[in-house]
Ligand binder design. Sequence first.
Ligand code: MG
Length: 356
Amino acid sequence: MRRRLFLTAPLAVAAPPAPAVETEIVRLKLRNTWTTVMSSSDYRETIHLRLRRDGLTGTGEGAPIVRYKESAATAKKAIEGVAGYLASADLRQYDKVLATAFGRIPGEYAAKAAIDIAVLDWASQRMGVPLYRLFGLDPGAAPVTTFSIGIDDPAATKRKVLEAAPFPVLKIKVGLDSDEATIEAVRSVTRKPLRVDANEGWKSREEALRKIQWLESQGVELIEQPLPAGREDDIRWLRGKVRMPIFADEACLRASDIPKLAEAYDGINIKLDKSGGVLEAYRMIQIAKALGLKVMLGCMISSSVTITAAAHLSPLADYADLDGNLLIANDPYRGVTVKDGKLMLPSSPGLGLKRL
Ligand code: MG
Protein backbone atom coordinates (compact mmCIF):
# COMPACT_ATOMS: atom_id res chain seq x y z
CA MET A 1 0.00 0.00 0.00
CA ARG A 2 2.72 2.36 0.97
CA ARG A 3 4.65 1.56 -2.19
CA ARG A 4 1.52 2.08 -4.31
CA LEU A 5 0.94 5.49 -2.77
CA PHE A 6 4.52 6.44 -3.48
CA LEU A 7 4.25 5.41 -7.14
CA THR A 8 1.05 7.35 -7.78
CA ALA A 9 2.11 10.51 -5.94
CA PRO A 10 2.48 13.51 -8.23
CA LEU A 11 6.09 13.95 -9.31
CA ALA A 12 6.13 17.76 -9.18
CA VAL A 13 6.99 19.28 -5.83
CA ALA A 14 6.51 22.94 -5.11
CA ALA A 15 9.78 24.87 -5.61
CA PRO A 16 11.14 26.32 -2.36
CA PRO A 17 10.56 30.08 -2.13
CA ALA A 18 13.43 32.14 -3.60
CA PRO A 19 15.68 33.49 -0.84
CA ALA A 20 15.21 37.15 0.13
CA VAL A 21 18.89 37.82 -0.55
CA GLU A 22 20.57 35.92 -3.36
CA THR A 23 24.16 36.44 -4.50
CA GLU A 24 25.74 35.12 -7.67
CA ILE A 25 29.20 35.48 -9.21
CA VAL A 26 28.67 36.15 -12.92
CA ARG A 27 31.43 35.63 -15.47
CA LEU A 28 31.17 38.35 -18.14
CA LYS A 29 32.87 37.46 -21.42
CA LEU A 30 34.62 40.32 -23.20
CA ARG A 31 33.96 40.86 -26.91
CA ASN A 32 37.66 41.71 -27.39
CA THR A 33 40.51 40.85 -25.04
CA TRP A 34 40.53 43.86 -22.70
CA THR A 35 44.01 45.26 -22.12
CA THR A 36 45.01 48.27 -20.06
CA VAL A 37 48.29 49.13 -18.32
CA MET A 38 46.96 47.14 -15.35
CA SER A 39 46.01 43.80 -16.91
CA SER A 40 44.76 41.83 -19.89
CA SER A 41 41.61 39.71 -19.63
CA ASP A 42 39.10 37.74 -21.69
CA TYR A 43 36.48 37.76 -18.94
CA ARG A 44 35.68 39.56 -15.70
CA GLU A 45 33.69 38.32 -12.74
CA THR A 46 31.19 40.61 -11.05
CA ILE A 47 29.03 39.98 -8.01
CA HIS A 48 25.26 40.11 -8.55
CA LEU A 49 22.66 40.54 -5.85
CA ARG A 50 18.91 40.02 -5.94
CA LEU A 51 16.93 41.40 -3.02
CA ARG A 52 13.34 40.10 -2.81
CA ARG A 53 10.86 41.80 -0.47
CA ASP A 54 7.10 42.37 -0.65
CA GLY A 55 6.83 40.96 -4.17
CA LEU A 56 9.52 43.27 -5.61
CA THR A 57 13.07 42.35 -6.64
CA GLY A 58 15.91 44.87 -6.33
CA THR A 59 18.93 43.97 -8.45
CA GLY A 60 22.50 45.05 -7.76
CA GLU A 61 26.00 44.44 -9.09
CA GLY A 62 29.57 45.27 -8.15
CA ALA A 63 32.80 44.83 -10.11
CA PRO A 64 35.68 44.03 -7.75
CA ILE A 65 39.14 44.53 -9.28
CA VAL A 66 42.65 43.50 -8.26
CA ARG A 67 43.84 47.16 -8.26
CA TYR A 68 41.72 47.71 -5.14
CA LYS A 69 42.50 44.27 -3.67
CA GLU A 70 38.95 42.98 -4.07
CA SER A 71 37.57 39.82 -5.70
CA ALA A 72 34.13 38.41 -6.53
CA ALA A 73 34.60 35.78 -3.81
CA THR A 74 35.39 38.33 -1.06
CA ALA A 75 32.51 40.52 -2.27
CA LYS A 76 30.09 37.57 -2.10
CA LYS A 77 31.17 36.78 1.44
CA ALA A 78 30.76 40.43 2.49
CA ILE A 79 27.19 40.56 1.16
CA GLU A 80 26.29 37.25 2.76
CA GLY A 81 27.45 38.69 6.10
CA VAL A 82 24.65 41.31 6.01
CA ALA A 83 22.03 39.19 4.20
CA GLY A 84 20.03 38.59 7.40
CA TYR A 85 19.92 42.32 8.10
CA LEU A 86 18.86 43.20 4.51
CA ALA A 87 16.14 40.54 4.63
CA SER A 88 14.47 42.18 7.64
CA ALA A 89 15.32 45.94 7.51
CA ASP A 90 12.82 48.59 6.33
CA LEU A 91 14.30 49.21 2.89
CA ARG A 92 12.26 52.38 2.39
CA GLN A 93 14.66 53.96 4.88
CA TYR A 94 17.49 53.23 2.47
CA ASP A 95 19.91 55.84 3.77
CA LYS A 96 19.90 54.36 7.28
CA VAL A 97 19.83 50.77 5.99
CA LEU A 98 22.90 51.31 3.80
CA ALA A 99 24.82 53.14 6.56
CA THR A 100 24.09 50.29 8.98
CA ALA A 101 24.98 47.53 6.49
CA PHE A 102 28.19 49.31 5.41
CA GLY A 103 29.18 49.83 9.05
CA ARG A 104 29.41 46.04 9.28
CA ILE A 105 31.60 45.62 6.16
CA PRO A 106 35.25 46.71 6.27
CA GLY A 107 36.45 47.66 2.74
CA GLU A 108 34.75 45.71 -0.10
CA TYR A 109 33.41 48.69 -2.04
CA ALA A 110 32.22 46.61 -5.01
CA ALA A 111 30.09 44.55 -2.59
CA LYS A 112 28.78 47.79 -1.10
CA ALA A 113 27.93 49.03 -4.60
CA ALA A 114 25.93 45.84 -5.26
CA ILE A 115 24.00 46.33 -2.00
CA ASP A 116 23.38 50.06 -2.62
CA ILE A 117 22.17 49.47 -6.20
CA ALA A 118 19.84 46.62 -5.17
CA VAL A 119 18.37 48.59 -2.25
CA LEU A 120 17.82 51.74 -4.37
CA ASP A 121 16.32 49.67 -7.21
CA TRP A 122 13.93 48.10 -4.70
CA ALA A 123 13.07 51.40 -2.94
CA SER A 124 12.37 53.32 -6.14
CA GLN A 125 10.24 50.45 -7.47
CA ARG A 126 8.35 50.57 -4.15
CA MET A 127 7.73 54.29 -4.71
CA GLY A 128 6.77 53.62 -8.33
CA VAL A 129 9.37 55.98 -9.83
CA PRO A 130 12.49 55.56 -11.97
CA LEU A 131 15.67 55.95 -9.90
CA TYR A 132 16.57 59.32 -11.47
CA ARG A 133 13.36 60.76 -9.95
CA LEU A 134 14.67 60.07 -6.42
CA PHE A 135 17.37 62.63 -7.24
CA GLY A 136 15.06 65.03 -9.09
CA LEU A 137 16.91 64.64 -12.39
CA ASP A 138 15.95 65.30 -16.02
CA PRO A 139 16.55 62.13 -18.08
CA GLY A 140 16.78 64.29 -21.20
CA ALA A 141 19.96 65.85 -19.75
CA ALA A 142 21.85 62.52 -19.78
CA PRO A 143 25.16 63.03 -21.60
CA VAL A 144 26.86 61.26 -24.49
CA THR A 145 29.00 58.30 -23.41
CA THR A 146 32.42 57.56 -24.79
CA PHE A 147 33.19 54.12 -26.16
CA SER A 148 36.49 52.69 -24.88
CA ILE A 149 39.25 51.20 -27.01
CA GLY A 150 41.62 48.93 -25.03
CA ILE A 151 45.35 48.70 -25.76
CA ASP A 152 46.14 46.64 -28.88
CA ASP A 153 48.40 46.58 -31.94
CA PRO A 154 47.76 49.28 -34.59
CA ALA A 155 45.77 46.99 -36.94
CA ALA A 156 43.40 45.81 -34.19
CA THR A 157 43.10 49.37 -32.87
CA LYS A 158 42.00 50.57 -36.33
CA ARG A 159 39.45 47.74 -36.59
CA LYS A 160 37.99 48.56 -33.17
CA VAL A 161 37.77 52.30 -33.99
CA LEU A 162 35.88 51.48 -37.21
CA GLU A 163 33.52 49.16 -35.27
CA ALA A 164 32.84 52.06 -32.86
CA ALA A 165 31.38 54.16 -35.72
CA PRO A 166 28.06 54.90 -33.89
CA PHE A 167 29.90 56.59 -31.00
CA PRO A 168 30.74 60.29 -31.50
CA VAL A 169 33.53 60.37 -28.85
CA LEU A 170 36.11 57.67 -28.07
CA LYS A 171 38.19 56.93 -24.99
CA ILE A 172 41.57 55.49 -25.84
CA LYS A 173 43.65 53.51 -23.33
CA VAL A 174 47.36 54.38 -23.30
CA GLY A 175 50.22 54.28 -20.79
CA LEU A 176 52.90 52.27 -22.63
CA ASP A 177 55.79 52.90 -25.06
CA SER A 178 53.33 52.21 -27.90
CA ASP A 179 51.16 55.29 -27.15
CA GLU A 180 52.13 57.32 -30.23
CA ALA A 181 51.56 54.33 -32.51
CA THR A 182 48.14 53.75 -30.89
CA ILE A 183 46.97 57.35 -31.34
CA GLU A 184 48.37 57.46 -34.90
CA ALA A 185 46.38 54.29 -35.70
CA VAL A 186 43.22 55.90 -34.30
CA ARG A 187 43.83 59.15 -36.18
CA SER A 188 44.44 57.28 -39.45
CA VAL A 189 40.74 56.27 -39.46
CA THR A 190 38.86 58.99 -37.54
CA ARG A 191 38.87 62.72 -36.68
CA LYS A 192 36.45 62.26 -33.72
CA PRO A 193 37.18 63.93 -30.37
CA LEU A 194 39.26 61.62 -28.18
CA ARG A 195 39.67 61.24 -24.43
CA VAL A 196 42.74 59.39 -23.27
CA ASP A 197 43.34 57.28 -20.14
CA ALA A 198 46.88 56.38 -19.04
CA ASN A 199 45.73 54.34 -15.98
CA GLU A 200 48.80 55.48 -13.91
CA GLY A 201 51.05 54.14 -16.69
CA TRP A 202 53.55 56.98 -17.16
CA LYS A 203 56.40 56.90 -14.69
CA SER A 204 57.80 60.45 -14.50
CA ARG A 205 56.25 63.90 -14.77
CA GLU A 206 58.65 64.67 -17.64
CA GLU A 207 57.36 61.64 -19.60
CA ALA A 208 53.77 62.69 -18.86
CA LEU A 209 54.50 66.28 -20.00
CA ARG A 210 56.04 65.10 -23.28
CA LYS A 211 53.14 62.75 -24.01
CA ILE A 212 50.39 65.22 -23.08
CA GLN A 213 51.95 67.99 -25.21
CA TRP A 214 51.99 65.56 -28.15
CA LEU A 215 48.38 64.50 -27.43
CA GLU A 216 47.34 68.17 -27.48
CA SER A 217 48.45 68.26 -31.12
CA GLN A 218 46.22 65.23 -31.84
CA GLY A 219 42.83 66.71 -30.84
CA VAL A 220 42.62 64.97 -27.46
CA GLU A 221 40.09 66.59 -25.07
CA LEU A 222 41.32 65.32 -21.72
CA ILE A 223 43.71 62.96 -20.01
CA GLU A 224 42.87 60.60 -17.15
CA GLN A 225 45.34 59.56 -14.43
CA PRO A 226 48.64 60.23 -16.27
CA LEU A 227 50.74 59.40 -13.16
CA PRO A 228 50.19 57.00 -10.26
CA ALA A 229 47.71 57.96 -7.53
CA GLY A 230 49.26 59.97 -4.69
CA ARG A 231 51.45 62.17 -6.93
CA GLU A 232 49.43 65.37 -6.51
CA ASP A 233 52.58 67.56 -6.47
CA ASP A 234 53.62 66.23 -9.89
CA ILE A 235 50.08 66.69 -11.26
CA ARG A 236 50.10 70.31 -10.07
CA TRP A 237 53.47 70.86 -11.82
CA LEU A 238 52.12 69.24 -14.98
CA ARG A 239 48.94 71.27 -14.93
CA GLY A 240 50.94 74.49 -14.99
CA LYS A 241 52.53 73.40 -18.27
CA VAL A 242 49.67 71.91 -20.33
CA ARG A 243 46.27 73.11 -21.52
CA MET A 244 44.58 69.70 -21.48
CA PRO A 245 42.31 69.04 -18.46
CA ILE A 246 43.69 66.30 -16.16
CA PHE A 247 41.24 63.93 -14.44
CA ALA A 248 41.82 61.74 -11.38
CA ASP A 249 40.53 58.16 -11.49
CA GLU A 250 42.67 55.75 -9.46
CA ALA A 251 43.52 58.70 -7.14
CA CYS A 252 39.84 59.33 -6.37
CA LEU A 253 37.85 56.51 -4.84
CA ARG A 254 35.43 58.15 -2.40
CA ALA A 255 34.18 61.56 -1.21
CA SER A 256 36.88 61.88 1.44
CA ASP A 257 39.57 61.77 -1.31
CA ILE A 258 38.26 64.83 -3.14
CA PRO A 259 39.48 67.83 -1.06
CA LYS A 260 43.18 66.92 -1.43
CA LEU A 261 42.77 66.51 -5.21
CA ALA A 262 40.96 69.78 -5.84
CA GLU A 263 44.15 71.88 -6.16
CA ALA A 264 45.88 69.37 -8.42
CA TYR A 265 43.32 68.01 -10.89
CA ASP A 266 40.68 69.56 -13.15
CA GLY A 267 38.14 66.79 -12.64
CA ILE A 268 37.43 63.36 -11.18
CA ASN A 269 36.15 60.07 -12.59
CA ILE A 270 33.50 58.62 -10.25
CA LYS A 271 32.63 54.90 -10.42
CA LEU A 272 30.03 53.10 -8.33
CA ASP A 273 32.42 50.17 -7.77
CA LYS A 274 34.96 52.51 -6.14
CA SER A 275 32.52 54.69 -4.20
CA GLY A 276 30.38 51.85 -2.87
CA GLY A 277 27.26 52.79 -4.81
CA VAL A 278 24.92 55.51 -6.00
CA LEU A 279 24.46 57.43 -2.73
CA GLU A 280 28.20 57.98 -2.23
CA ALA A 281 28.59 58.80 -5.94
CA TYR A 282 25.90 61.49 -5.58
CA ARG A 283 27.74 62.88 -2.54
CA MET A 284 30.98 62.92 -4.57
CA ILE A 285 29.33 64.80 -7.44
CA GLN A 286 28.10 67.52 -5.09
CA ILE A 287 31.47 67.88 -3.34
CA ALA A 288 33.36 67.94 -6.64
CA LYS A 289 31.09 70.66 -8.00
CA ALA A 290 31.45 72.70 -4.80
CA LEU A 291 35.24 72.52 -5.19
CA GLY A 292 35.15 73.52 -8.87
CA LEU A 293 36.03 70.08 -10.26
CA LYS A 294 34.49 68.62 -13.41
CA VAL A 295 32.70 65.30 -13.04
CA MET A 296 33.03 62.20 -15.18
CA LEU A 297 30.91 59.15 -14.44
CA GLY A 298 32.86 56.04 -15.39
CA CYS A 299 32.65 52.30 -14.94
CA MET A 300 34.46 49.00 -14.73
CA ILE A 301 33.66 46.04 -17.00
CA SER A 302 30.09 45.37 -15.82
CA SER A 303 26.70 44.23 -16.98
CA SER A 304 23.77 46.59 -17.61
CA VAL A 305 22.94 46.51 -13.88
CA THR A 306 25.80 48.79 -12.75
CA ILE A 307 25.88 50.79 -15.98
CA THR A 308 22.15 51.55 -15.74
CA ALA A 309 22.45 52.54 -12.06
CA ALA A 310 25.27 54.97 -12.92
CA ALA A 311 23.34 56.25 -15.94
CA HIS A 312 20.47 57.31 -13.65
CA LEU A 313 22.90 59.85 -12.08
CA SER A 314 24.44 60.85 -15.40
CA PRO A 315 22.33 64.00 -15.94
CA LEU A 316 24.58 65.46 -13.19
CA ALA A 317 27.84 64.58 -14.97
CA ASP A 318 29.91 66.70 -17.35
CA TYR A 319 31.26 63.55 -19.04
CA ALA A 320 30.15 59.92 -19.18
CA ASP A 321 32.20 56.82 -19.85
CA LEU A 322 29.47 54.25 -19.26
CA ASP A 323 30.20 51.54 -21.79
CA GLY A 324 31.22 48.50 -19.68
CA ASN A 325 28.08 46.62 -20.73
CA LEU A 326 28.82 47.28 -24.40
CA LEU A 327 32.21 45.60 -24.11
CA ILE A 328 30.76 42.21 -23.03
CA ALA A 329 29.11 39.46 -25.09
CA ASN A 330 26.79 37.93 -22.47
CA ASP A 331 24.99 40.79 -20.70
CA PRO A 332 22.27 39.14 -18.58
CA TYR A 333 20.17 42.34 -18.44
CA ARG A 334 18.90 45.16 -20.61
CA GLY A 335 18.58 48.64 -19.09
CA VAL A 336 20.05 51.92 -20.30
CA THR A 337 20.53 52.06 -24.07
CA VAL A 338 22.64 54.33 -26.26
CA LYS A 339 21.34 56.36 -29.22
CA ASP A 340 23.90 58.23 -31.33
CA GLY A 341 26.16 58.04 -28.28
CA LYS A 342 23.60 59.56 -25.89
CA LEU A 343 22.50 57.60 -22.81
CA MET A 344 18.76 56.81 -22.93
CA LEU A 345 17.39 56.11 -19.44
CA PRO A 346 14.59 53.59 -18.89
CA SER A 347 11.41 55.25 -17.58
CA SER A 348 9.94 52.27 -15.69
CA PRO A 349 10.17 52.20 -11.87
CA GLY A 350 13.52 51.43 -10.23
CA LEU A 351 16.54 50.90 -12.46
CA GLY A 352 14.20 49.75 -15.24
CA LEU A 353 16.06 46.49 -15.87
CA LYS A 354 14.80 43.55 -17.90
CA ARG A 355 16.40 40.17 -17.28
CA LEU A 356 17.25 38.55 -20.63
MG1 MG B 1 40.35 55.48 -15.88
